[in-house]
Write a protein that binds this ligand. Structure first.
Ligand code: HEC
Length: 132
């Protein structure tokens, strides 16, 4: 049973990693200046959480701490700590989610799978995880 479940998990993961996201094309300076059009209110955070649960939890874990075996194995980022390797502004987070986390792109971008509006909701949600 346990082995079977790991097998299913691994298959889902491979499918997710084979996503169609393109490499990051928005320069970081441009990303840093982008303005989040979605107010970080309770409704936005709730819809961000729903999307996160569907699209991100398998790699970053339910709490965003990336403390699952799968998350550790692939080196997924802890989304609750103060470290943002690729920038901490809303715009920089938005671009990582849309275009992927380079330079290795172990995380592909969600362009075409998450609308821009939904991506801003996810930004608001992950920001709420640690209150930063
Ligand atoms: C296929 C697994 C996978 C999925 C699905 C995934 N991520 Fe990631 N994510 C990673 C990995 C692995 C890294 C670290 C990449 C690296 O450092 O090379 C990462 C990095 C990040 C970073 C960068 C953190 C930093 O410090 O720069 C953010 C932000 C992020 N992910 C958010 C998300 C969000 C939000 C979603 C859902 C919309 C998501 N991820 C879906 C695997 C994934």
């Amino acid at each position: 049973m346990r082995v079977g479940m790991i097998g299913v998990g691994a298959t889902l993961l491979v499918a997710a990693m084979a996503g169609t996201g393109a490499a990051q094309t928005t320069p970081r300076a441009t990303a840093a200046k982008m303005k989040n059009p979605a107010a970080a209110d309770a409704a936005s955070i709730a819809s961000g959480q729903q999307l996160y649960t569907k699209q991100c939890r398998m790699c970053h874990g339910t709490t965003g701490k990336a403390d699952t075996a799968a998350a550790k194995a692939m080196g997924a980022s802890d989304l609750t700590d103060a470290t943002w390797t690729r920038g901490s502004s809303d715009g920089e987070l938005f671009v990582v989610i849309q275009e992927g986390a380079g330079p290795d792109y172990k995380m592909k971008g969600f362009k075409g799978r998450l609308s821009e509006q939904d991506t801003w909701h996810v930004v608001n949600f992950i920001r709420s995880l640690s209150g930063k």
